[in-house]
Design a protein around this ligand. Structure first.
Ligand code: SAM
Length: 387
């Protein structure tokens, strides 16, 4: 890759003069033009040397930002494979050489050396005296640590990555690429493929661990006697709420295939918590104080969301509240939820929504938004009651 440091001024000038007569001139002219206009647009460094090559970005050896974005999956797949082969698990404890890690994980030493070099560049590990150790970020790729993102790296690198490979199908048809690639809807596939289902549910639980604490801190559960976690997966969200509020009785409600796995996680709460299997498009358990829908609404299209919210409404009594926990798309500034929105389109045909879109869903299900509460996480709590 050519950088500005590789292009001293005079030789470059000479090169440019020579190039004027070459077959490359037309292409080079366009590159120079893009480079110059981009620099003016950014009002950055307008010193002519910096214009010489578009990759001549302030003494950097990096290619242009656009190229780096296009190769984004090189980064995500490198992280995925490191997580899959449990490289971070092997490194933890004490710094280790590449050979030691290769032996522990049974992988090719030269390939591992090259992968570790990438991970070092990404700030996931560091190399000191030929030994590798994890950074704070790298430790999140270990399997058994609080806030672990290992299962998330796996599900993103496997089923999500394959579905995203067919993004064009979603853009052309408006339908989830996942169904085209896997021949079934997301939750149907997870139910029928245990390994993918377990990884997905673990990833959701790990993520819930972070969001649920933020929600438990932001929402006052003191007068609440019972909570149903609708589409609650392995119940991680509810476990946090119950752990922080000893007076609450809880129920996790999810599909039969998921609930089987949920039960083992609830034993610590004894009779305070039950797991019920069912279909939230048909009905949910009746009469609870709070119905939580965390990371559920964004999986579905508007009609399906209205059906889920209506099931909750039917089960609610006058004093019940529904809490939808989601990120909210900003109508004024770019935010991560716009990318998450693409992920929802690809994976299940769902979407991320703006505040007014949530209000309109609630209204269509005869619910009224009572409050929108910010949390310490990017997620908000949209609280509603029967209209
Ligand atoms: C994205 S996950 C969110 C899990 C959990 N609420 C959390 O925050 O970790 C969506 C959940 O909805 C469940 N689900 C999907 N379709 C369902 C249905 N028809 N009835 C009940 N649960 C369903 C899935 O099994 C999954 O656990």
């Amino acid at each position: 890759m050519v950088s500005r440091d590789d292009i001293p001024f005079l030789p470059s000038l000479r090169g440019l003069i020579r190039a004027r007569n070459s077959t490359q001139w037309n292409e080079l002219k366009q590159i120079l033009w893009h480079s110059i206009t981009a620099r003016f647009a950014r009002k950055g460094n307008i010193f002519p040397l910096a214009w010489i090559h578009p990759w001549s970005n302030c003494r950097s050896t990096q290619p242009p930002a656009l190229f780096q974005m296009m190769a984004g999956y090189w980064v995500s797949q490198s992280i995925y494979v490191a997580a899959k082969f449990r490289i971070p698990d092997a490194i933890q404890g004490r710094p280790k050489s590449c050979r030691e890690i290769a032996e522990i994980n049974g992988v090719n030493e030269d390939s591992l050396f090259r992968l570790l070099r990438v991970l070092d560049g990404l700030g996931i590990c560091t190399k000191k005296k030929e030994k590798y150790e994890l950074t704070a970020q790298g430790r999140l790729l270990q399997s058994d640590v609080h806030g672990s993102l290992r299962s998330m790296a796996l599900t993103l690198g496997e089923i999500h990555y394959q579905a995203w490979g067919n993004l064009s199908h979603s853009i052309r048809s408006g339908q989830p690429a996942f169904n085209e690639v896997f021949g079934a809807g997301l939750f149907e596939h997870l139910n029928e493929n245990k390994a993918d289902g377990d990884t997905f549910n673990e990833a959701m639980s790990d993520f819930s661990g972070l969001v649920s604490h933020a929600v438990a801190l932001a929402y006052d559960f003191s007068g609440v006697q019972s909570v149903v976690d609708v589409g609650g997966g392995h119940g991680k969200f509810l476990r946090t709420i119950l752990g922080m509020n000893e007076h609450i009785q809880g129920t996790v409600f999810d599909l039969p295939g998921v609930i089987e796995g949920t039960k083992e996680y609830l034993s610590q709460f004894g009779e305070r918590c039950t797991a019920i299997a069912g279909d939230f498009f048909k009905s949910v358990p009746h009469g609870a104080c709070i119905y939580i829908l965390s990371g559920v609404i964004h999986d579905w299209n508007d009609d399906q969301c209205i059906a889920i919210l209506k099931s909750c409404r039917t089960a609610m009594v006058e004093s019940s509240r529904v809490l939808v926990v989601e990120m909210i798309v900003s109508e004024s500034k770019p935010c991560f939820s716009t990318l998450l929105d693409m992920n929802m389109l690809v994976m299940s045909g769902g979407r991320e929504r703006t505040e007014s879109e949530f209000r309109s869903l609630f209204q269509s299900a005869q619910l009224e938004v009572t409050r929108i509460i910010s949390t310490l996480s990017p997620h908000k709590i949209i609280e509603g009651r029967r209209a």
